[in-house]
Write a protein that binds this ligand. Structure first.
Ligand SMILES: N[C@@H](CCOP(=O)(O)O)C(=O)O
Length: 429
């Protein structure tokens, strides 16, 4: 399989270049040159497959022969060693729980698959790989966990000062070893711009063997496609889901679109954002005007310039009408989100985190016009990652903290304070 740049379809690179170099020099994003629907033999028994088996077929269909079957099977089996159940919380309303991995967020799918794919692609190369990653909350922890103590790699995580929850911060700043955290005096968009600026300096990229673990890297998106298949098959046969996706950088929604291109039947996509609503505004009027991000209680979605928008545009041939026929965008503020956390608990008994609560609001809005549709809301992270907000709304002790997160609470944070100048990163390379 070859990959092209969204800025130049004539530029073609192989999987190793696309994954290890992450970004084309023209500042586009890599996309697979073809995405062919899965064959009839897959659909005959996809409902009975284990999640890793399903993942293997999806990854194979996207990657072709870029990774031999045995190696690809091992990557998927080792990476996806946790479940993604769908929980029905009300009539026509389901929650896809993506927080059963080691860091309690959907990012574990992408980060664990990526770490193993990179190790495979780099197996004959003994130069140190430097992973740069910007996070607004969950990516950093997942990447730190996936690459911690992996020989031949070091990770530099940039996060906005005061822009992630306390426990998310502990996930990034307590592992030590090959993981370095930079606490940036700026927003997530600054962190993302700092990472990109260093990537676009090709000398630097080659000298330090830089790679990205954000969803600009195509290898992050492939395993995120797995759980759309896994969720859809948990509905009654013949029902096509409306996927409601709490969105920040739009990697999750883009992975869903890849799943659809592979033949998954989806009725509609709903992109749910907090007040950082660049994509809902674009869907409303066709003008793409990123604004500086504002802090919210659903901090992982505090993104002003979503990096995967370039891929979304590419998938719809830069046709705004076509995109809005398939994707609706809805944005909600913190007050409504807080009310939704309480209402979901009171009406269904389910504890939903602030990101999932934004999704619930969007699903409710969707149901106003189409009450019979089966909405599947992606619950992107475990509520305990946002403890203060959850306890403000549901009361102290209302959320159980899984041991793998609770054990970080008293560990000392180790982070370097830096300004939002991209050159700051170079001090740590
Ligand atoms: N929501 C993210 C921001 C980074 O997005 P990514 O999907 O491109 O890694 C986070 O939690 O850090």
């Amino acid at each position: 399989m070859q990959f092209y740049s969204t800025n130049n379809k004539d530029l073609r690179v192989d999987l190793k270049e696309a994954v290890i170099r992450s970004l084309p020099a023209d500042n586009g994003l890599y996309m697979p040159e073809t995405i062919t629907p899965l064959p009839a033999s897959f659909w005959e028994n996809w409902r009975e497959m284990s999640l890793p088996e399903l993942g293997f077929h999806v990854a194979k269909q996207i990657l072709g022969d870029s990774i031999p079957e045995d190696a690809l099977r091992d990557i998927v089996n080792e990476a996806i060693n946790f479940d993604a159940p769908v929980v029905k919380i009300a009539e026509h309303t389901h929650v896809l729980e993506l927080f059963h991995g080691p860091t309690l967020a959907f990012k574990d799918f992408g980060a664990r698959f990526m770490a193993r794919t990179m190790a495979y692609l780099n197996r004959d190369d003994d130069s140190m790989l430097t992973v740069l990653v910007a996070t607004s909350g969950d990516t950093g922890g997942a990447v730190a966990s996936a690459f911690h103590n992996v020989e031949g790699t070091r990770v530099i995580i940039l996060y906005p000062k005061g822009g992630v929850s306390d426990l998310q911060e502990k996930q990034l700043t307590t592992l030590g070893g090959n993981i370095t955290a930079l606490e940036v005096d700026g927003s997530f968009d600054d962190c993302q711009a700092m990472v990109k600026a260093n990537f676009l300096d090709r000398d630097l990229m080659e000298k330090y063997n830089l790679t990205s673990a954000n969803s600009i890297n195509i290898s992050r998106l492939i395993p995120q496609a797995f759980y759309y298949f896994n969720a859809a098959r948990q509905l009654e046969e013949g029902k096509e889901p409306v996927f409601v996706i709490p969105s920040g950088n739009f990697g999750n929604l883009t992975a869903g679109l890849l799943a659809q291109k592979l033949g998954l039947q989806v009725r509609h996509w709903v992109a749910a954002t907090n007040i950082n609503d660049t994509v809902p505004r674009y869907l409303a009027d066709g003008n793409y005007e990123p604004l500086p991000s504002s802090p919210t209680i659903s901090n992982a979605m505090d993104v002003g310039a979503p990096s995967n928008f370039a891929r979304m545009k590419d998938l719809f041939g830069d046709d705004w009408e076509a995109m809005r026929e398939n994707i609706s965008g809805l944005a909600f503020g913190d007050d409504e989100t807080r009310e939704a956390i309480k209402a979901v608990k009171a009406n269904t008994g389910y504890t939903i985190d602030p990101h999932g609560a934004v999704g619930i609001l969007a699903a409710e809005a969707w149901h106003q016009a189409s009450p019979e549709d089966e909405c599947i809301i992606l619950e992107t992270a475990h509520p305990s990652k946002f403890l203060p907000t959850m306890e403000e709304e549901l009361g102290k002790g209302s959320v159980e903290i899984p041991e793998r997160l609770a054990c970080l609470a008293d560990l000392p944070k180790e982070a370097h304070q830096v300004s939002n100048d991209p050159k700051e990163v170079q001090k740590f390379l």
